[in-house]
Design a protein around this ligand. Structure first.
Ligand SMILES: [Zn+2]
Length: 161
């Protein structure tokens, strides 16, 4: 069996990847957004009879369009007063939240978002986002930040005199 050539491609922000046959130079643009296309590798059979394997890479900032109902709140807001939002896209690095009412949020604020990233999660998770941009009509774009480390409860320090 001949060793197959494996080509690696990055999926762009428009969910497209352009694949080129190295034998004949034909290019083909594939749309990757639909879930059934979201395989990370597949074979291409070119009309020139060349066949090769393609491996897809999704960049760190690759954004997946979603429509997930979630909740968000400021760090100081109790959970019961969280507002609902729609997570319009998600990436490894952050989320875009669509909101229906104006909120007093500005850049670099931190918000806690609770949502189920996909149907494999039986419960909502909570993520802390740093607001990168906020526009009442376009929503809140935020980047994940690591939550403050959960410290074990330690006995209160005794003041030394
Ligand atoms: Zn070809």
């Amino acid at each position: 069996m001949a060793t197959k050539i494996i080509q690696k491609y990055f999926v762009n922000q428009q969910d497209e990847v352009t694949i080129q046959c190295r034998t004949c130079g034909r290019t083909q643009t594939l749309f990757i957004a639909s879930p059934e296309n979201k395989k990370h590798s597949f074979n291409i059979n070119c009309p020139c009879s060349a066949s090769f394997s393609v491996t897809l890479e999704f960049r760190q900032d690759y954004r997946e369009k979603t429509h997930i109902i979630g909740h968000f709140r400021a760090l100081s807001t109790p959970r019961a007063r969280a507002r609902s939002c729609i997570i319009a896209d998600q990436s490894k690095g952050g989320l875009l939240l669509q909101i229906t009412e104006e909120v007093p949020i500005k850049q670099d604020d931190h918000v806690i978002v609770s949502y189920r990233p996909d149907s494999s999660f039986s419960q909502e998770i909570e993520k802390t986002l740093r607001v990168c941009h906020y526009h009442p009509e376009h929503g809140i774009g935020g980047a994940f930040i690591d939550p403050p480390p959960q410290r074990e409860t330690r006995p209160r320090q005794v003041a030394l005199h």
